[in-house]
Each structure stands twice: as C-alpha cells, then as structure tokens.
Design a protein around this ligand. Structure first.
Ligand SMILES: NC(=O)CC[C@H](N)C(=O)O
Length: 384
C-alpha cells in the first residue's frame, strides 16, 4: 500500500493488533478464524474449497490474481472462505483460461479481500498465537470503528464445537460422472466398472468426485445428514466420506452414528480430511484443535506401511490424536512437519482415510493411488 493512500480495509485480531490495507472484492465486514496457506498456486481452488467456511485465508505467496478465475477451477459453485488477505493488490489476469478478474469475482460473490498486508508478519503472529479470531472490514470511504471490530473478533466463539458441514452440504442427492481432466503420471482413466459409490457431502471438493469417477466409480452424492439406512438403501459397493469445514466432533453428532451403521455392513470405506476425522471418531478415537493447522500444497507425509514419502496438499485445523486410536485401528501416515496423524486404517479391512487431500487440487499428485486403492477394494469384493 503506498504510504500516502488512505486504507480502505482493515483486519483486526482479537488481541487488538490491527493491519491496514487496500480493500478489494465485496465491501462490509466478516468475522472468522484466520489461517495462512503456503501454496504457490490455486488461490481459486482454495477460496472455493468448502472446508474453509468460517475462515479468512492469508496467502503467503505474494502473486495472487495473475491467472484470473474460471468456473472450471471452482471446487464448489462459489467462494466459501470468508475472505482473503494478500501481500500485494491482486494483479490483472494474464492467462488464456481466465474468464473473470479475481477482484470482480469476489465482489460478485460477496467475499472481502485485503491487499498491501505484511503477510510475513501476520503469518508469524498466527504461528505464535494460534489461528486468531479476526474481523475483516472493507469500506471504500475508509471509516473503521476499530474498537468495535476488535470486540467482534473477541466475541466470536470460534470453530471449536461448530458444525458447518450441514451449511455447505448439498440438500438433495445427485449423481456425479465427470472425470478428471488431467492424469497423474502412471494412471489412466478406468471405465466400464460402474462401481456403485455413495459419497457423503460434508463440503466435498469437485475434484474429489472427479477422482472417484476416474477410478471407475459411479458416484451418488448424499447430503451430510444422510443416515446409514439412506446410504445402505442404495446398495453401495463402497462409501466415501468427504472433506468439510468446522469441528469434526460437532459434525460427528450425526455423522458418527451413520458411519458406525455403515461399518457394520463391512463395505470398503474411504475418507478424506473431515471424513478421516469422523471415521476416527466413529472408531472410538478423538480429535483435537491444532495451534494453527496445516494449509499448503507441499506438506511431506510418510506412509508408514511402505516408508515412502508423499508431498501432499493440506487444509485442516483439527487433527486425530493417534494416542486415542483403539486396538484394531492403525496409524498409516504421519506428517513429517510435526508428526501429527495423517492416515488410519482398520486392520485387515479396506476401511481407511487420510487427513490430506489426495485429489491434488491444488497441488501435488503423489497421493492419487488412494482412489485406485479404494476402487481395487471394491473390485476385489465384487469378484469374491
Ligand atoms: N479439509 C477439511 O476437510 C478440513 C477438516 C476440518 N474442518 C479441519 O479443519 O480440520
């Protein structure tokens, strides 16, 4: 922000720290948790990932806006993150795929952005104090009641205990057949299997559904509140639990009974992120809030069964406490950043889940094998 320019946006942290900058996108105010994401690409996928409901995202990579936005890159129909914080004001798009400018898109979709922020200082603050509660305000006239904004950030109850999955889930069931556009090395499209998969939508990213379809699945998506009876009535060959926002323990009030009911049917089951956390809860484990979580596209994860390291895309603020996993449930993956749990499996059964995002959107493709593993488990069951 030029020294002479009057700030048109501000970010007030609950500890009273205030960052001033230039507003873009929608005007108004929002109160949320503040996280940082270190990915160098994929700002549109990040903003439209429903798992970011209730969170404002600080982008540590400074170039945001340079490839514009295109509906093809939406993870759901609209940005779900509450707002975005960037170092420089978004640049004009220069990309053949761009259909809109980031700033215009944010305005149209009612999401606030703030540019000109020292994102390095802000990120250090997030690391030190844990993901803070913030109020983000954008007013072209530059009038801000800072005391009121700080008070709003302080009064906000936060994500612990908050169930947001119901808000972002679909309300009606639907079929999904669209496949991936690009293939990770060594993989090609699997067709003709028609593996009947029921995917529970807690805020599912579209590229996860594409990956399931590409692995040979014929996917029926059900709303978050679907019961085990609803799921099993569709005679699935496998069940998938999606990613999603909020506290897994709060979402678990309805998801856990459903998952326990489905587990009795002894079907292949695969969960990602929130789905992973809720599978752990259903099996008797516990989840805890992390200090500032993991949000980025280069997080190393070790597969404990093979010793292989995957570079993964991550976005989570809660984690499964591996100490609480009961007998018969194994930890399969760990984060090489902090040793936190990144995967579990029920011993001897094709029931498994991962904390990270193997659909590679945005980011690395190393973990696509998990979709194939899920599909292979269904094929094995079919031929048994
Ligand atoms: N990406 C996700 O599914 C996030 C899960 C959960 N809301 C968390 O923050 O840990």
């Amino acid at each position: 922000m030029p020294a002479s320019a009057k700030p048109t946006a501000c970010l007030a942290l609950s500890d009273g720290t205030v960052f001033y900058g230039m507003g873009f996108g929608a005007t108004g105010e929002t109160v949320a948790e503040l996280v940082f994401n270190t990915a160098m690409t994929g700002y549109q996928e990040i903003m439209t990932d429903p798992s970011y409901a209730g969170q404002v995202v600080t982008f540590t990579f400074p170039h945001v806006g340079n490839v514009g936005v295109t509906p093809e890159d939406d993870e759901t129909g609209t940005p779900v993150a509450a707002g975005m914080v960037v170092k420089w004001d978004p640049t004009e798009p220069s990309n053949w795929r761009s259909r809109d400018e980031l700033t215009h898109w944010l305005t149209a979709k009612g999401r606030i952005g703030i540019g000109g922020i020292d994102t390095r200082r802000l990120t250090r603050a997030i690391r030190q104090q844990g993901a803070p509660h913030v109020a983000l305000a954008h007013d072209p006239a530059g009038n801000f009641d800072i005391a009121a904004l700080v008070a709003k950030a302080r009064a906000w109850k936060g994500l612990v205990g908050l169930d947001l999955a119901k808000d972002v889930s679909c309300t009606q069931s639907y079929r999904w057949n669209e496949k991936r556009w690009a293939w990770p090395e060594g993989y090609t499209e699997r067709t003709g299997d028609g593996l009947r998969v029921v995917a529970i939508d807690y805020g599912a990213k579209r590229n996860i559904l594409r990956c399931l379809a590409s692995a040979g699945c014929d996917v029926t998506v059900l709303p978050a509140t679907a019961t085990a009876e609803d799921v099993l009535a569709l005679n699935p060959e496998g069940v998938f639990l999606s990613n999603g926002p909020g506290d897994p323990a709060a979402t678990g009030t309805y998801a856990v009974p459903m998952i326990r009911g489905v587990l009795k049917a002894d079907l292949p089951l695969f969960g990602i992120c929130l789905g992973h956390q809720m599978l752990a809860l259903a099996l008797g484990g516990k989840t805890v809030k992390m200090n500032h979580g993991h949000h980025g596209a280069n997080h190393p994860v070790k597969d404990l069964t093979t010793g292989k390291v995957e570079i993964t895309s991550m976005n989570h603020g809660f984690t499964v406490d591996s100490q609480t996993l009961p007998k018969g449930v194994s930890e399969t993956h760990v984060s090489l950043f902090d040793g936190s749990n990144c995967g579990i499996a029920v011993d001897g059964k094709p029931v498994f889940s991962v904390q990270y995002h193997p659909e590679a959107s945005p980011g690395p493709q190393d973990s696509y094998y998990l979709f194939d593993r899920f599909a292979e488990a269904m094929r094995a069951r079919r031929s048994a």
